[in-house]
Design a protein around this ligand. Structure first.
Ligand code: PMP
Length: 309
Protein backbone atom coordinates (compact mmCIF):
# COMPACT_ATOMS: atom_id res chain seq x y z
CA UNK A 1 0.00 0.00 0.00
CA UNK A 2 2.98 2.30 -0.48
CA UNK A 3 3.16 5.40 -2.60
CA UNK A 4 5.19 8.60 -2.79
CA UNK A 5 2.46 11.07 -1.81
CA UNK A 6 -0.93 11.22 -0.17
CA UNK A 7 -3.11 14.21 -1.00
CA UNK A 8 -4.26 15.88 2.22
CA UNK A 9 -6.52 18.91 1.92
CA UNK A 10 -4.74 20.35 -1.07
CA UNK A 11 -1.16 19.30 -0.31
CA UNK A 12 0.75 16.31 -1.66
CA UNK A 13 2.23 15.05 1.61
CA UNK A 14 5.12 12.52 1.58
CA UNK A 15 3.79 9.04 2.50
CA UNK A 16 5.48 8.83 5.94
CA UNK A 17 4.22 12.24 6.99
CA UNK A 18 0.56 11.61 6.11
CA UNK A 19 -0.52 10.90 9.69
CA UNK A 20 -3.53 11.81 11.86
CA UNK A 21 -3.55 12.47 15.63
CA UNK A 22 -4.43 9.77 18.20
CA UNK A 23 -7.36 11.86 19.52
CA UNK A 24 -9.09 11.83 16.18
CA UNK A 25 -12.90 11.44 16.46
CA UNK A 26 -13.15 9.23 13.38
CA UNK A 27 -10.79 6.73 14.96
CA UNK A 28 -12.72 6.75 18.25
CA UNK A 29 -16.31 6.82 16.97
CA UNK A 30 -16.27 5.72 13.33
CA UNK A 31 -17.76 8.70 11.48
CA UNK A 32 -15.54 8.72 8.45
CA UNK A 33 -16.50 8.42 4.80
CA UNK A 34 -14.49 6.71 2.12
CA UNK A 35 -14.51 5.48 -1.47
CA UNK A 36 -12.72 2.71 -3.31
CA UNK A 37 -11.97 3.40 -6.98
CA UNK A 38 -9.71 1.77 -9.56
CA UNK A 39 -7.47 3.21 -12.22
CA UNK A 40 -6.63 0.81 -15.07
CA UNK A 41 -3.90 0.71 -17.69
CA UNK A 42 -5.34 0.98 -21.19
CA UNK A 43 -3.81 1.39 -24.65
CA UNK A 44 -4.50 5.13 -24.44
CA UNK A 45 -2.89 5.44 -20.99
CA UNK A 46 -4.19 5.25 -17.45
CA UNK A 47 -7.92 5.67 -16.94
CA UNK A 48 -10.12 5.81 -13.85
CA UNK A 49 -13.27 3.71 -13.97
CA UNK A 50 -16.51 5.63 -13.28
CA UNK A 51 -14.76 8.33 -11.27
CA UNK A 52 -17.70 10.75 -11.40
CA UNK A 53 -20.09 8.12 -10.02
CA UNK A 54 -17.65 7.23 -7.21
CA UNK A 55 -17.20 10.88 -6.26
CA UNK A 56 -20.94 11.43 -6.29
CA UNK A 57 -21.35 8.47 -3.91
CA UNK A 58 -18.57 9.95 -1.75
CA UNK A 59 -20.39 13.27 -1.47
CA UNK A 60 -23.71 11.44 -0.93
CA UNK A 61 -22.08 9.39 1.85
CA UNK A 62 -20.99 12.60 3.61
CA UNK A 63 -24.53 13.93 3.22
CA UNK A 64 -26.05 10.70 4.62
CA UNK A 65 -23.53 10.73 7.49
CA UNK A 66 -24.86 14.18 8.42
CA UNK A 67 -21.74 16.20 7.54
CA UNK A 68 -22.92 19.72 6.72
CA UNK A 69 -21.05 22.11 4.44
CA UNK A 70 -18.55 19.62 3.07
CA UNK A 71 -15.98 21.97 1.52
CA UNK A 72 -15.08 20.21 -1.75
CA UNK A 73 -17.09 19.98 -4.95
CA UNK A 74 -17.06 16.82 -7.06
CA UNK A 75 -14.99 18.78 -9.61
CA UNK A 76 -12.33 19.68 -7.06
CA UNK A 77 -12.11 16.08 -5.86
CA UNK A 78 -11.92 14.90 -9.48
CA UNK A 79 -8.87 17.07 -10.09
CA UNK A 80 -7.31 16.02 -6.78
CA UNK A 81 -7.68 12.32 -7.71
CA UNK A 82 -6.02 12.89 -11.08
CA UNK A 83 -3.26 14.95 -9.46
CA UNK A 84 -2.56 12.24 -6.88
CA UNK A 85 -2.32 9.50 -9.51
CA UNK A 86 0.01 11.59 -11.65
CA UNK A 87 2.20 12.58 -8.68
CA UNK A 88 2.68 8.93 -7.76
CA UNK A 89 3.29 7.79 -11.32
CA UNK A 90 1.19 4.61 -11.19
CA UNK A 91 -0.13 3.22 -14.47
CA UNK A 92 -2.80 1.24 -12.59
CA UNK A 93 -3.82 1.68 -8.96
CA UNK A 94 -6.52 1.61 -6.33
CA UNK A 95 -7.71 5.01 -5.13
CA UNK A 96 -8.90 5.69 -1.58
CA UNK A 97 -10.41 9.11 -0.86
CA UNK A 98 -11.45 9.56 2.75
CA UNK A 99 -13.14 12.18 4.89
CA UNK A 100 -12.07 12.06 8.52
CA UNK A 101 -13.33 14.34 11.24
CA UNK A 102 -11.20 16.58 13.40
CA UNK A 103 -12.20 18.18 16.71
CA UNK A 104 -13.17 17.23 20.29
CA UNK A 105 -14.52 13.80 21.30
CA UNK A 106 -18.08 15.05 21.77
CA UNK A 107 -20.11 12.71 19.48
CA UNK A 108 -21.51 15.81 17.79
CA UNK A 109 -20.86 16.35 14.10
CA UNK A 110 -21.33 20.09 14.44
CA UNK A 111 -18.30 20.30 16.74
CA UNK A 112 -16.11 18.68 14.08
CA UNK A 113 -14.48 19.82 10.87
CA UNK A 114 -14.16 17.38 7.98
CA UNK A 115 -10.68 16.81 6.56
CA UNK A 116 -10.03 14.93 3.33
CA UNK A 117 -7.22 12.70 2.15
CA UNK A 118 -6.65 10.73 -1.07
CA UNK A 119 -4.25 7.79 -1.16
CA UNK A 120 -3.38 5.61 -4.17
CA UNK A 121 -1.47 2.35 -4.30
CA UNK A 122 -0.96 -0.66 -6.53
CA UNK A 123 -3.41 -3.36 -5.50
CA UNK A 124 -4.08 -6.79 -7.00
CA UNK A 125 -7.70 -8.06 -7.06
CA UNK A 126 -8.84 -8.28 -3.44
CA UNK A 127 -9.89 -11.96 -3.37
CA UNK A 128 -6.75 -13.13 -5.16
CA UNK A 129 -5.75 -13.32 -8.83
CA UNK A 130 -6.68 -16.99 -9.32
CA UNK A 131 -10.16 -16.38 -7.90
CA UNK A 132 -11.30 -14.82 -11.18
CA UNK A 133 -11.27 -18.27 -12.78
CA UNK A 134 -11.22 -20.76 -9.92
CA UNK A 135 -13.88 -19.07 -7.83
CA UNK A 136 -14.04 -18.59 -4.07
CA UNK A 137 -15.63 -20.45 -1.16
CA UNK A 138 -18.17 -18.62 0.96
CA UNK A 139 -20.18 -19.15 4.10
CA UNK A 140 -23.37 -17.43 5.15
CA UNK A 141 -22.33 -15.30 8.10
CA UNK A 142 -24.05 -15.47 11.47
CA UNK A 143 -23.71 -11.67 11.54
CA UNK A 144 -26.69 -9.82 10.08
CA UNK A 145 -26.08 -7.04 7.57
CA UNK A 146 -27.12 -3.64 8.87
CA UNK A 147 -30.70 -2.85 9.63
CA UNK A 148 -31.15 0.31 7.52
CA UNK A 149 -32.26 2.26 10.57
CA UNK A 150 -29.22 1.28 12.62
CA UNK A 151 -26.44 1.91 10.14
CA UNK A 152 -27.54 3.32 6.82
CA UNK A 153 -26.50 1.09 3.96
CA UNK A 154 -26.14 3.56 1.08
CA UNK A 155 -23.09 5.27 2.51
CA UNK A 156 -19.52 4.07 2.78
CA UNK A 157 -19.19 5.14 6.42
CA UNK A 158 -16.13 3.75 8.22
CA UNK A 159 -18.07 2.47 11.24
CA UNK A 160 -20.25 0.29 8.96
CA UNK A 161 -17.20 -1.84 8.32
CA UNK A 162 -16.97 -3.20 11.86
CA UNK A 163 -19.84 -5.46 10.78
CA UNK A 164 -17.95 -6.41 7.60
CA UNK A 165 -14.74 -7.03 9.55
CA UNK A 166 -16.48 -9.40 11.98
CA UNK A 167 -18.17 -11.34 9.20
CA UNK A 168 -15.04 -11.54 7.04
CA UNK A 169 -12.70 -12.45 9.90
CA UNK A 170 -14.85 -15.32 11.16
CA UNK A 171 -15.40 -16.61 7.62
CA UNK A 172 -11.62 -16.60 7.08
CA UNK A 173 -10.97 -18.26 10.42
CA UNK A 174 -13.48 -20.95 9.47
CA UNK A 175 -11.51 -21.59 6.28
CA UNK A 176 -13.69 -19.71 3.76
CA UNK A 177 -12.64 -16.84 1.51
CA UNK A 178 -15.55 -14.49 2.13
CA UNK A 179 -18.92 -14.20 3.92
CA UNK A 180 -22.41 -13.76 2.50
CA UNK A 181 -24.46 -11.53 4.78
CA UNK A 182 -28.23 -11.75 5.20
CA UNK A 183 -30.38 -8.67 5.79
CA UNK A 184 -32.50 -8.22 8.95
CA UNK A 185 -35.39 -10.10 7.24
CA UNK A 186 -33.12 -13.04 6.49
CA UNK A 187 -32.76 -12.46 2.74
CA UNK A 188 -29.39 -12.35 1.02
CA UNK A 189 -27.97 -8.83 1.15
CA UNK A 190 -24.34 -8.71 0.02
CA UNK A 191 -20.84 -9.76 1.01
CA UNK A 192 -18.53 -7.80 3.29
CA UNK A 193 -17.22 -5.68 0.42
CA UNK A 194 -19.00 -7.00 -2.68
CA UNK A 195 -22.50 -7.25 -4.15
CA UNK A 196 -23.86 -10.66 -5.09
CA UNK A 197 -25.52 -12.12 -8.19
CA UNK A 198 -26.94 -15.57 -8.89
CA UNK A 199 -27.67 -17.19 -12.25
CA UNK A 200 -30.51 -19.64 -12.70
CA UNK A 201 -31.74 -21.01 -16.04
CA UNK A 202 -29.81 -18.30 -17.86
CA UNK A 203 -31.41 -15.41 -15.90
CA UNK A 204 -29.33 -13.24 -13.58
CA UNK A 205 -30.81 -12.26 -10.21
CA UNK A 206 -29.47 -9.82 -7.61
CA UNK A 207 -30.95 -8.47 -4.36
CA UNK A 208 -32.80 -5.15 -4.57
CA UNK A 209 -31.04 -1.98 -3.47
CA UNK A 210 -32.87 -1.53 -0.15
CA UNK A 211 -30.40 -3.03 2.31
CA UNK A 212 -27.18 -3.08 0.30
CA UNK A 213 -24.49 -0.67 -0.74
CA UNK A 214 -25.42 0.42 -4.26
CA UNK A 215 -22.24 -0.87 -5.83
CA UNK A 216 -20.91 0.90 -8.88
CA UNK A 217 -19.53 -2.38 -10.21
CA UNK A 218 -23.00 -3.88 -9.59
CA UNK A 219 -24.65 -1.15 -11.67
CA UNK A 220 -22.01 -1.53 -14.40
CA UNK A 221 -22.40 -5.31 -14.49
CA UNK A 222 -26.20 -5.05 -14.73
CA UNK A 223 -25.78 -2.77 -17.75
CA UNK A 224 -23.13 -4.98 -19.36
CA UNK A 225 -25.14 -8.17 -18.79
CA UNK A 226 -28.18 -6.54 -20.42
CA UNK A 227 -25.94 -5.38 -23.31
CA UNK A 228 -25.03 -9.06 -23.75
CA UNK A 229 -28.75 -9.93 -23.93
CA UNK A 230 -29.21 -11.40 -20.45
CA UNK A 231 -32.27 -10.66 -18.36
CA UNK A 232 -31.28 -9.19 -14.98
CA UNK A 233 -33.89 -9.24 -12.21
CA UNK A 234 -33.56 -7.36 -8.91
CA UNK A 235 -35.58 -9.29 -6.34
CA UNK A 236 -35.19 -10.72 -2.83
CA UNK A 237 -33.05 -13.88 -2.73
CA UNK A 238 -33.37 -16.50 0.00
CA UNK A 239 -30.43 -18.42 1.39
CA UNK A 240 -31.44 -21.71 -0.23
CA UNK A 241 -31.67 -20.02 -3.63
CA UNK A 242 -27.90 -19.64 -3.31
CA UNK A 243 -27.50 -23.38 -2.84
CA UNK A 244 -29.45 -24.29 -6.00
CA UNK A 245 -28.06 -21.52 -8.23
CA UNK A 246 -26.34 -22.59 -11.45
CA UNK A 247 -23.74 -19.88 -10.90
CA UNK A 248 -22.97 -17.20 -8.34
CA UNK A 249 -20.62 -14.26 -8.70
CA UNK A 250 -19.78 -11.21 -6.65
CA UNK A 251 -18.75 -7.72 -7.75
CA UNK A 252 -16.81 -4.85 -6.24
CA UNK A 253 -14.14 -2.33 -7.11
CA UNK A 254 -11.45 -4.07 -5.07
CA UNK A 255 -12.53 -7.63 -5.93
CA UNK A 256 -13.71 -6.91 -9.53
CA UNK A 257 -15.93 -9.83 -10.72
CA UNK A 258 -15.33 -13.13 -8.95
CA UNK A 259 -17.17 -16.46 -9.30
CA UNK A 260 -18.32 -18.33 -6.19
CA UNK A 261 -17.71 -22.08 -6.36
CA UNK A 262 -19.13 -23.10 -3.02
CA UNK A 263 -21.50 -21.76 -0.36
CA UNK A 264 -21.78 -23.46 3.05
CA UNK A 265 -20.17 -26.66 1.70
CA UNK A 266 -22.66 -26.88 -1.19
CA UNK A 267 -20.97 -26.86 -4.58
CA UNK A 268 -22.41 -24.26 -6.96
CA UNK A 269 -22.72 -25.50 -10.55
CA UNK A 270 -19.47 -27.19 -11.50
CA UNK A 271 -17.67 -25.48 -8.61
CA UNK A 272 -15.77 -23.12 -10.90
CA UNK A 273 -16.58 -20.14 -13.10
CA UNK A 274 -19.76 -20.77 -15.10
CA UNK A 275 -20.45 -19.60 -18.69
CA UNK A 276 -22.66 -16.62 -17.83
CA UNK A 277 -20.19 -15.40 -15.21
CA UNK A 278 -17.37 -15.77 -17.72
CA UNK A 279 -19.20 -13.83 -20.45
CA UNK A 280 -20.01 -10.91 -18.13
CA UNK A 281 -16.56 -10.99 -16.52
CA UNK A 282 -14.80 -10.86 -19.90
CA UNK A 283 -16.87 -7.90 -21.02
CA UNK A 284 -16.22 -6.17 -17.68
CA UNK A 285 -12.45 -6.67 -18.03
CA UNK A 286 -12.51 -5.40 -21.62
CA UNK A 287 -14.57 -2.40 -20.60
CA UNK A 288 -12.29 -1.28 -17.75
CA UNK A 289 -9.27 -1.66 -20.05
CA UNK A 290 -10.74 0.57 -22.72
CA UNK A 291 -11.82 -2.18 -25.14
CA UNK A 292 -15.59 -2.23 -24.63
CA UNK A 293 -18.44 -0.30 -26.23
CA UNK A 294 -19.10 1.40 -22.87
CA UNK A 295 -15.44 2.25 -22.17
CA UNK A 296 -15.61 5.80 -23.54
CA UNK A 297 -18.63 6.49 -21.35
CA UNK A 298 -17.09 5.11 -18.14
CA UNK A 299 -13.35 5.87 -18.29
CA UNK A 300 -11.58 9.12 -17.40
CA UNK A 301 -8.12 9.25 -18.93
CA UNK A 302 -5.61 10.59 -16.42
CA UNK A 303 -3.32 12.42 -18.85
CA UNK A 304 -6.17 14.14 -20.65
CA UNK A 305 -7.66 15.85 -17.62
CA UNK A 306 -8.50 19.47 -18.08
CA UNK A 307 -8.15 21.27 -14.77
CA UNK A 308 -11.33 23.19 -15.23
CA UNK A 309 -12.90 23.29 -11.80
N1 PMP B 1 -20.91 -3.78 -0.77
C1 PMP B 1 -20.07 -3.31 0.16
C2 PMP B 1 -20.43 -3.46 1.60
C3 PMP B 1 -18.86 -2.69 -0.21
O1 PMP B 1 -18.02 -2.21 0.71
C4 PMP B 1 -18.54 -2.60 -1.57
C5 PMP B 1 -17.23 -1.98 -2.00
N2 PMP B 1 -17.34 -0.60 -2.19
C6 PMP B 1 -19.45 -3.09 -2.52
C7 PMP B 1 -20.62 -3.68 -2.07
C8 PMP B 1 -19.18 -2.96 -3.98
O2 PMP B 1 -19.29 -1.61 -4.39
P1 PMP B 1 -18.48 -1.04 -5.63
O3 PMP B 1 -18.78 -1.93 -6.77
O4 PMP B 1 -19.01 0.33 -5.81
O5 PMP B 1 -17.05 -1.05 -5.25
Amino acid sequence: MRSKYIWMDGDLVPFEQATVHFLNPTMHYGTGVFEGIRCYETRRGSAVFRLKEHLQRFIDSAHIAGILDYPYSAGELYNAVHLTIRANGFAACYIRPMIYMTGPLTLTLDDWTPATGIAVWEWAPFLGKEAAEKGVRMMVSSFTRHHPNVMMTKAKISGNYVNSTLAKTFARRAGFDEAVMLDPQGYVAECTGENLFIVRDGVIYTPPRTTILEGITRASVITLARDLGYTVVEEPIARDQLYIADEIFVTGTAAELVPVGEVDFRRIGNGRRGPVTQAVQELFHETVRGLGARSHEWLDFVDETVIAC
